[in-house]
Design a protein around this ligand. Structure first.
Ligand code: URA
Length: 420
């Protein structure tokens, strides 16, 4: 076997064998195949795609490049949830505790944010003391006790994906449906929960900009999960406008806590209840309608907030934030973006809002950038709302950026509106 033949086969859309794909992944991970040859193969995949069988093989070879976790000691049915990323997406902080309060175990490994999308690990690190890097035995022990834990992707899980993903970032080969599928599913299969719920985001703030691409990715990921013997379901959800009102790390933790306190309903709450119900149904807890009722009850009874509080405590975080969100990092500067005339909001571009939040200090342009945990945006309006002249459309926050001019420009640019 040699790499030139493999590149040529994919370049001519000739299907690779399982053995060839495994050889490619193993030899690239071990450093036998150089980056420039792997880049050529990745670019061929971006242009020509892979067959479903090739995608299954690539995913399984990447999964097998490192450890596969043994979650059997947790003692209850386990379910994992993955969102393909978006702006203001704090659903894991709501769904995890809610599903756990309904009797299933949710062990999750998450990543950090890069570019306009946020990362759950950064959000959790805005809670004073919260440890995101734990040894596996401690992670499993927390899940056994509370039903829920989130730590950062660590240990020797999918080293092939780590290497391939950073090469894709540097070579313009991220936006390929089979490569995204293999990258996400290899990590999900290595985590090894019994059930996997995939929330495929679609719209301006997502990897998949169109419904048809999002559906293709959803169908492919579900097939790959099932072919590896998992209970797996993928749903497509909207990421055309930001999810919830708050964007930014501490601000998003605050919103998640307030949802679990029962303070707010609306689009974010509804989505979280729907996704939790899907997870519970996958885990065999009942029909979708019954599971929706269990999820709503877990929030209204305060049980889901109790799970979050105990999980934060066991991670050495300041769990008092579950009662007093003002203990989260507070910004030094703020700026209110106001309406200059009466208007109706027709659209809020998620990617632009994500970039505004990044400029304020809430995100990273390169993976070593340091985040301002207090920075971000609170939206005062949603798509379809009418606003009067001088009303606040959104408030921008930062502790590191006192000159708001660039952020205000991007924020205004994110809005589509008409005069009324
Ligand atoms: N998230 C991943 O983990 N991998 C991708 O390729 C895209 C999003």
């Amino acid at each position: 076997m040699n790499i030139i033949d493999i590149i040529n086969k994919t370049k001519k859309s000739t299907e690779l064998t399982d053995k060839e794909i495994r050889w490619l992944v193993e030899n690239y991970t071990d450093g036998e195949i150089p980056d420039y040859q792997m880049s050529a193969w990745l670019m061929s995949v971006c242009i020509n795609g892979l067959t479903e069988r090739e995608t299954v093989s690539l995913t399984e070879a990447m999964r097998d490049s490192g450890d596969i976790l043994d979650l059997s000691g947790i003692g209850s049915v386990t379910a994992d949830k993955h969102s393909t990323g978006g702006v203001g997406d704090k659903t894991s902080l709501i769904i995890g505790p809610t599903a756990a309060a309904c009797g299933i175990a949710v062990p999750k490994m998450s990543g950090r944010g890069l570019g306009h999308t946020g990362g759950t690990i950064d959000k959790l690190e805005s809670i004073s003391g919260y440890r995101t890097e734990l040894p596996f035995y401690e992670f499993a022990e927390i899940v056994r006790k509370t039903g829920f834990s989130i730590i950062s992707q660590s240990g020797n899980l999918c080293p092939a994906d780590k290497k391939i993903y950073s090469l894709r970032n540097a070579t313009g080969t991220v936006d390929s449906i089979p490569l995204i599928c293999a990258s996400i599913m290899s990590k999900k299969l290595a985590l090894n929960a019994d059930g996997i719920l995939l929330d495929v985001k679609c719209g301006s703030g997502a990897f998949m900009k169109t419904r048809s691409d999002a559906e293709k990715l959803a169908v492919l990921m579900e097939k790959v999960g099932k072919s590896a013997g998992k209970k797996c379901r993928a749903v497509v959800t909207d990421m055309d406008s930001p999810l919830g009102n708050n964007i930014g790390n501490a601000l998003e933790v605050r919103e998640a806590v307030e949802i679990l306190q029962g303070k707010y309903k609306g689009r974010l709450y509804d989505l979280c209840m729907k996704l939790t119900a899907n997870m519970l149904e996958l885990a065999g807890k009942g029909t979708f309608e019954e599971c929706l009722g269990f999820a709503e009850n877990a929030v209204s009874s305060g049980k889901a907030l109790e799970v979050l509080r105990e999980t934060i405590r066991l991670h050495s975080g300041d769990c008092r934030i579950c009662d007093d969100v003002s203990l989260l990092p507070q910004p030094r500067y703020s700026y209110e973006v106001r309406a200059v005339h009466d208007m109706k909001i027709l659209g809020i571009n998620s990617e632009e809002i994500g970039m505004t939040s990044l400029i304020l200090g809430a995100g990273r342009l390169t993976k070593d950038d340091i985040i301002d945990m207090s920075a971000g945006i609170v939206m005062n309006c949603a798509v379809g709302d009418c606003i009067s002249a001088d009303d606040t459309i959104m408030t921008l926050y930062s502790s590191t950026c006192s000159d708001f001019s660039e952020a205000v420009f991007r924020a205004v640019n994110s809005l589509k509106f008409c005069s009324i």
